[in-house]
Design a protein around this ligand. Structure first.
Ligand code: IPD
Length: 262
């Protein structure tokens, strides 16, 4: 666990930059009509890259604010400096630093840290998932009608294209069958809320590797399941991610709208 501890210390340090920024006025710039970025996203990312690169010499860095496109490397550190930037700008305390370390195309280590609520989720392959050092597990309720399902909306929603309509049609099918939906605003934390039994499932279209690279490992280590919309293994190239406690997975898939993920 030694390297994970070093990683945790670096992430805790990076969290101080976010804590400081959260108190002040955060000027936001638009990456698109709906997607925001602040100087804190960039500062946290630069800090993490500087600290992590020497520790993981044979790994590529795939980070939200500096990613220039291309295929996802097999050995990579996926960094989202602030997952939930919109919440950060609006001073809603639901945001996190997300770091997933993948080797040979498989997740090895993960940290998702909310520095406002001081919640640090972590996992290492084969060693379980933890919240502030305490083991966590998904909630195994098999009844879809009892389920809280987390989701998010794609930044291209203003175009009202096929992604938008998939979201709307999925609500139409799913909402009457479950207890309720949550749109909390940070996909990495949604996956951690699933891992700690707060919600029973999660799905979203158009997420990026840095949104989910850490959360996927945390869900799996907490006993949950992660697939694409067809129930097949999820990979970053797939349009839709579906994650659950496992017991409702099939029902969740059956109640989402169809999507041609070609
Ligand atoms: C966003 C959040 C949000 C999800 C968006 C993501 P960002 O990440 O995870 O919940 O709905 O699709 O892009 O942009 O705040 O890092």
């Amino acid at each position: 666990m030694e390297r994970l501890n070093t990683l945790e210390n670096i992430v805790l340090e990076a969290g101080k930059i976010i804590q400081e920024g959260y108190q002040g006025q955060n000027e936001a710039f638009k990456k698109s009509p709906t997607e925001l970025v602040t100087r804190y996203d960039k500062a946290v990312e630069a800090f993490l890259i500087e600290k992590l690169q020497p520790l993981y010499r044979n790994y590529s860095i795939v980070a939200e604010e500096s990613f220039e496109g291309g295929n996802n490397p097999q050995n990579a550190i996926f960094i989202d400096p602030i997952d939930g930037t919109t919440n950060f700008v609006h001073k809603i305390p639901h945001l996190a630093i997300s770091i997933g370390i993948w080797s040979k195309g498989k997740p090895q280590e993960a940290i998702v840290y909310n520095p406002i609520l001081n919640e640090l989720y972590s996992a290492k392959s084969g060693q379980g998932a933890f919240l502030n050092g305490k083991k966590i597990q998904v909630n195994k309720d098999a009844n879809l009608q009892n389920a809280i399902i987390a989701t998010g909306f794609p930044y291209v929603k203003h175009e009202m294209g096929k992604e938008f309509w998939w979201v709307v049609k999925s609500f139409e099918r799913l909402l009457p069958k479950i207890r309720d939906i949550r749109r909390l605003g940070a996909a990495a934390l949604d996956l951690c809320y699933l891992s700690s039994g707060k919600v029973n499932g999660f799905y979203e279209i158009n997420l990026k590797p840095w949104d989910v690279a850490a959360g996927i490992l945390i869900v799996k280590e907490a006993g949950g399941e992660v697939t694409d919309i067809f129930g097949k293994e999820y990979s970053f190239e797939k349009a839709i991610i579906v994650a659950s406690n496992g017991t409702i997975h099939k029902q969740l898939l059956e109640n989402l709208a169809e999507y041609n993920d070609g």
